[in-house]
Design a protein around this ligand. Structure first.
Ligand code: FES
Ligand code: FES
Length: 155
């Protein structure tokens, strides 16, 4: 069957069953590969997207529950030519080592900055605490989020 989803502002129809995880549809049907498969069990955060502005683990979110939802993926934040301040800050701080966790870090940080535009370092650490980074670049990631918050506060 076909299911309609609103992704990054566009309505997309996908040939999938309602219990298909959103992550599979994003990557396999819509060619949106920002979200990553890490654990598939809501444990690591690599697959995080925004659903109605909230950071959600797409590996355990069935598309059947998303009929009227606004889904935003990493690709919806910015482009290569016009990156979102968070994307720019992650590059400037060289926050990625392997990069596998970075989608989840940026999307969780986006949800945080929408909620708290001027977070403390502790706010950032708490917001990202459940996102795992096996490379251990946590300090650079935190610096990147604080840099983005600072830059966004100036515009
Ligand atoms: S892949 Fe979804 S939380 Fe790990
Ligand atoms: S940069 Fe490799 S898992 Fe975080």
């Amino acid at each position: 069957m076909a299911i309609s989803l609103k992704v990054n502002g566009a309505t997309r129809s996908v040939p999938a069953e309602p219990d298909t995880p959103l992550l599979y549809v994003l990557r396999n049907d819509l060619e949106l590969n920002g979200a990553k498969f890490g654990c598939g069990m809501a444990q690591c955060g690599a697959c995080t997207v925004l659903i109605d502005g909230k950071a959600v683990r797409s590996c355990v979110t069935d598309i059947g529950s998303l009929a009227n939802a606004e889904i935003t993926t990493l690709e919806g934040l910015g482009t290569i030519d016009r990156p979102h301040p968070l994307q720019r800050a992650f590059i400037e701080e060289q926050a990625a080592q392997c990069g596998y966790c970075i989608n989840g870090m940026i999307m969780s940080a986006k949800a945080l900055l929408d909620r708290i535009p001027k977070p403390t370092e502790n706010d950032v650490r708490q917001a990202l605490a459940a996102n795992l980074c096996r490379c251990g670049t946590h300090n650079r990631i935190v610096r990147a989020v604080l840099r983005a918050a600072n830059e966004m506060g100036r515009t």
